[in-house]
Design a protein around this ligand. Structure first.
Ligand code: ZN
Length: 177
């Protein structure tokens, strides 16, 4: 396992439509392990393979909801146990009709954040790292992260969708994906 360099704009790999994965061999396993290491090291809450320069349809997401008992108390945010998701060849199915607007940032677009409208709830279908069919539902921030990562597989960046983009100091950046 190893941390790989994160590709940033204007690298053309970020603008390519990534290829579907067809074999679940050692190269894929190494790529996934490295993506998890790279996401944690960044730190980020999601990463798509093109962000490490590999144009394949693989995403990893690790996100824990804010502890509801601490929400609004002013106590520094603590996350309940994060859950790790690995999805190969992910597809969006059954999108919700409702959307919400929120701020997001991207490891591949350092120094910027933007306000992006996303579906409130999504169902994602795809395959596990071993090729087993998988399906998951996400809402809120988790749904936003998945939509951001799916966009990366299609060469789309959050700045393409943002109604407004602004500069941020790296240390104040929100959770990046
Ligand atoms: Zn991103």
């Amino acid at each position: 396992m190893a941390v790989r360099p994160i590709v940033t704009v204007p690298d053309p790999v970020l603008r390519k439509k990534a290829r579907k994965v067809s074999t679940y061999g050692p190269d894929l396993q190494r790529l996934i392990d490295d993506m998890i290491d790279t996401m944690r090291q960044a730190p980020g809450v999601g990463l798509a393979a093109p962000q490490v320069g590999v144009s394949q349809r693989v995403i990893v997401v690790e996100y824990g909801e804010e502890d509801p008992q601490q929400a609004g108390t002013g106590i520094p945010k603590r996350k309940v146990a994060s859950k790790l998701y690995v999805v190969v060849n992910p597809e969006l199915v059954r999108p919700s009709q409702t959307t919400e607007t929120g701020a997001e940032g991207c490891l591949s677009v350092p120094g910027y954040a933007g306000e992006v409208e996303r579906l409130t709830q999504v169902t994602i279908r795809g395959f596990s790292r071993r090729g087993t069919p998988t399906r998951l539902r996400a809402r809120g921030w988790l749904a936003r992260i998945f939509q951001h990562e799916l966009d990366h597989l299609n060469g789309v960046l959050f700045t393409d969708r943002a109604s407004r983009v602004w500069r941020v100091e790296p240390e104040t950046e929100a959770e990046r994906v």
